[in-house]
Design a protein around this ligand. Structure first.
Ligand code: RP5
Length: 167
C-alpha cells in the first residue's frame, strides 16, 4: 500500500486483506499521532505466502523495529511472520461476520513456546499502535515523552466526562 510518512518506517502494519483496513486503521492513526514513521501493506499468509516470507525475512534489515499484523478467521499471519523474524510481532485479531472474532483471537493467541506473538484484544488495533510505540519509546526518549503526554490526555478526558456527569 503506502508509506504513512516520508521518513524511513520503524513500524510495519500488515494485514491479511484490504478488507481488514477499517479495523487496522486505528493502529496507523495512533502511530501517526505519536509521530512514528509507519508503513502499511496487505500481506496474506494464504494468498501471498511468498510475499509474506520475503516480508518477514527482510523487515529487520529494512530498519523495521516492530511488526503489527492483523488478520481474521484462520488468522495465521502474525504467527507465521513471528516464526521468520526476531522482531517483536503484535497480532490483532480481526472480527469477521462469523464467530464474532473468536476464531481470529484463538488462531493468534495460542502460539507454541518459542515463537511469541503479543496478541491484542479482538479489533484492538489502537492498542497495537500504542504497544508498538512503547517498544520504540523504550529506547527513544522523545517517543516516551509523547506517550506520557498521551496518557495525561486520557486522564484529562476521563475527568472532563466525569465532571460533565457531576454538573
Ligand atoms: C483473512 O481473511 C484476512 O485477514 C481477512 O480478515 C479475511 C477475509 O479476507 P477477504 O475475503 O475479505 O479478502 O486472511
Amino acid at each position: 500500500m503506502t508509506d504513512a510518512t516520508a521518513a524511513a518506517p520503524l513500524v510495519s502494519i500488515i494485514m491479511g486483506s484490504d478488507s481488514d483496513w477499517p479495523t487496522m486503521r486505528p493502529a496507523a492513526d495512533t502511530l501517526a499521532e505519536l509521530g512514528i514513521p509507519t508503513e502499511v501493506d496487505v500481506v496474506s499468509a494464504h494468498r501471498t505466502p511468498d510475499k509474506m516470507t520475503r516480508f518477514a525475512r527482510e523487515a529487520a534489515g529494512r530498519g523495521i523495529r516492530v511488526v503489527i499484523a492483523g488478520a481474521g478467521g484462520a488468522a495465521h499471519l502474525p504467527g507465521m511472520v513471528a516464526s521468520m523474524t526476531t522482531l517483536p510481532v503484535i497480532g490483532v485479531p480481526v472480527q469477521l461476520a462469523r464467530l464474532d472474532g473468536l476464531d481470529s483471537l484463538l488462531s493468534i493467541v495460542q502460539m507454541p513456546a518459542g515463537i511469541p506473538v503479543a496478541t491484542m484484544a479482538i479489533n484492538g488495533a489502537a492498542n497495537a499502535g500504542l504497544l508498538a510505540a512503547r517498544i520504540i519509546g523504550s529506547t527513544d526518549p522523545d517517543v516516551a515523552e509523547r506517550l506520557a503526554e498521551h496518557a495525561v490526555g486520557l486522564e484529562q478526558a476521563v475527568e472532563r466526562k466525569a465532571q460533565a456527569l457531576r454538573d
